[in-house]
Ligand binder design. Structure first.
Ligand code: C2E
Ligand code: MG
Ligand code: MG
Ligand code: MG
Length: 277
């Protein structure tokens, strides 16, 4: 129990709280060394055309494989990296690795697909983001149209700044998707002002499309709205045939999810998807 206020301030940590804050510190320090120790890796999840099921893209998802902690989920270490600022070097590593990998696949002769990379909010508010992205494209040799950056609604609260950054990114010739669409602070007003290419319908809507008429309406409305605004639309988290059937019947363009594949190592992705595409 912690006693707040009063002259005599003290805190008693339960073993759990102790180990949690201890673990957090441990993770913070370990994370800082993750790049030089080669502990970061990317997994790749296919994105396919909803009608033809042809491979159209791949989302790069970061993993942290620590010798003591094991494989740590990005849900755990991305927020921590945001807190400590480590997200900037981490984000740069992810972007570079994803671009290099995509270029290597193209050089190997596979039909070219776009690679989607998640941005964090600190990266998005970085002063020189477009310059950084451009530098990485030049360094890796990946053509801009094969890079897709995923940003979320919550990163775009500063509308004027976002318009500027998105215009700069757009001018590079890369693609922009709004990830987890519908779960953040959405203002429909920004959709007409932002230079973006596609909306990515959040998994929580897709999950229940076949048993909740409300979720079905929301998904149908997002698809129609995206198309009417000249945007593409991709559904994430598709696990079942019936979900896919619904999405196809509503003209969703692309989808990804366990129904096609979970995220895979670069090697497995190549074997299972690129070799057959
Ligand atoms: P996200 O970008 O929305 O990625 C989708 C998450 O859903 C991934 O989890 C993916 O493995 C999972 N997923 C894909 N298909 C299905 C499905 O059919 N069913 C279910 N239940 N889940 C599915 P993951 O890889 O654990 O990543 C979690 C989140 O961490 C991502 O959500 C993204 O926000 C963040 N993240 C991942 N990699 C990066 C990165 O390189 N940079 C940044 N800033 N964030 C990242
Ligand atoms: Mg994403
Ligand atoms: Mg998402
Ligand atoms: Mg999500």
């Amino acid at each position: 129990q912690a006693k707040a206020g009063g002259g005599n301030k003290f805190q008693i940590y339960t073993p759990d709280m102790y180990s949690n804050s201890h673990k957090k510190l441990f993770m913070e320090n370990a994370l800082r060394k993750s790049i030089e120790n080669n502990e970061l890796l990317l997994e790749y999840q296919p994105q396919v055309d909803a009608k033809t099921r042809q491979l159209v893209g791949v989302e790069a998802l970061v993993r942290w494989n620590h010798p003591k902690l094991g494989v740590v989920s990005p849900a755990e270490f991305i927020p921590l990296s945001e807190e400590t600022g480590f997200i900037i070097p981490l984000g740069e590593w992810v972007l570079k690795e994803a671009c290099y990998q995509n270029k290597r696949w193209q050089d190997a002769g596979y039909p070219p697909v776009k690679v989607s990379v998640n941005l964090s909010s600190k990266q998005f508010s970085q002063e020189n983001l477009a310059d950084e992205v451009n530098k990485i494209l030049e360094e890796t040799g990946l053509a801009p149209e094969f890079l897709d950056l995923e940003i979320t609604e919550s990163m775009m609260m500063d509308v004027n700044h976002s318009i500027q950054v998105l215009n700069e990114l757009y001018a590079l010739g890369i693609q922009i998707s709004i990830d987890d669409f519908g779960t953040g602070y959405s203002s429909l007003n920004y959709l007409k002002r932002f230079s973006i290419h596609r909306l990515k319908i959040d998994r929580t809507f897709v999950q229940d499309i076949t048993n909740s008429s409300k979720d079905a309406s929301i998904v149908e409305t997002i698809i129609t709205m995206a198309h009417n605004l000249g945007l593409g639309v991709i559904a994430e988290g598709v696990e079942l045939e019936e979900q896919l059937e619904f999405l196809v019947s509503k003209n969703c363009d692309e989808f990804q999810g366990y129904y096609i594949s979970k995220p895979l190592s670069a090697y497995k992705f190549e074997q299972m998807f690129l070799k057959n595409s």
